[in-house]
Write a new protein. Structure first.
Length: 252
């Protein structure tokens, strides 16, 4: 009896030693524009299912994230909502230039509360938004706000719209103002509008009215994650691009 017990314990210990210990390695820390939240969360889940540590995703307005990088944040990847902030980090030698690539494109739209019956054609956009209030990301710093201002300037309406702008720290914060009824209209990305059941798209800005909305991604020089480059390449791969397309992003 004692011998059988000893053999059983030895077999159990052998099996346990042959079983790989759960990985405690942290996935890459990704600083990403707020509008990428749903898409990158889904992409991170797919990457984990492939056997990799799940990426740690931090979403906020692009200026806030870029300033974190400038202040020395120990992150691995940065995904910006425009090229200007990525250019600034590249000039400061904070990214690995060879890893910079365009991740996706987006569209700029006007949203209203979900129950709204309004439909704005391009000629109606200017005079309707000029009546305000209009929620939008800070046009002096945040990419979505800059694109919105450029579109209004192109349509000859910025001077009339500007006094009625309710500024927000990010495009998601601007959309939240419309969701809560604090503003009747908001200028946001198409992907943000699709992520909320509490708003609806009531107008679309012509693509020619503003610079192309590009999302560059790059590996940071502070990166220490062995998976950072792999995850970056995964996002740019056909499978990663298909995930982004599910959330309304267009290929870069």
């Amino acid at each position: 009896m004692l011998r059988r017990t000893a053999f059983a314990l030895a077999a159990l210990l052998g099996a346990l030693s042959a079983t790989p210990a759960p990985s405690t390695e942290r996935g890459p820390l990704v600083l990403a524009a707020a509008s990428l939240q749903e898409a990158l969360t889904a992409a991170g889940g797919a990457w984990q299912q492939m056997g990799h540590p799940r990426p740690v995703l931090s979403f906020a307005g692009t200026p806030s994230l870029a300033r974190q990088v400038q202040a020395g944040a120990a992150a691995d990847l940065f995904a910006s909502a425009d090229e200007e902030w990525m250019d600034a980090l590249q000039r400061a030698r904070l990214i690995v230039p060879a890893t910079r690539a365009n991740l996706a494109r987006n569209r700029l739209v006007v949203v209203a509360p979900a129950g709204s019956a309004i439909r704005l054609t391009t000629p109606m956009l200017a005079r309707t938004l000029a009546a305000g209030p209009v929620a939008m990301a800070d046009p002096d710093a945040v990419p979505a706000g800059k694109y919105g201002r450029a579109a209004m300037v192109r349509l000859g309406a910025w001077r009339a719209v500007q006094p009625h702008v309710v500024r927000a720290e990010s495009v998601r914060a601007a959309m939240a103002l419309v969701e809560r009824g604090a503003a009747p209209f908001g200028i946001v990305y198409l992907t943000d509008a699709r992520a909320s059941a509490r708003v609806k798209v009531v107008g679309v800005f012509p693509a020619s009215s503003h610079p192309a909305i590009l999302y560059p991604i790059a590996r940071l020089r502070t990166s220490t994650s062995r998976d950072a480059e792999g995850f970056r390449r995964f996002l740019l791969s056909p499978r990663g691009q298909a995930i982004l397309a599910r959330f309304g992003f267009a290929p870069s």
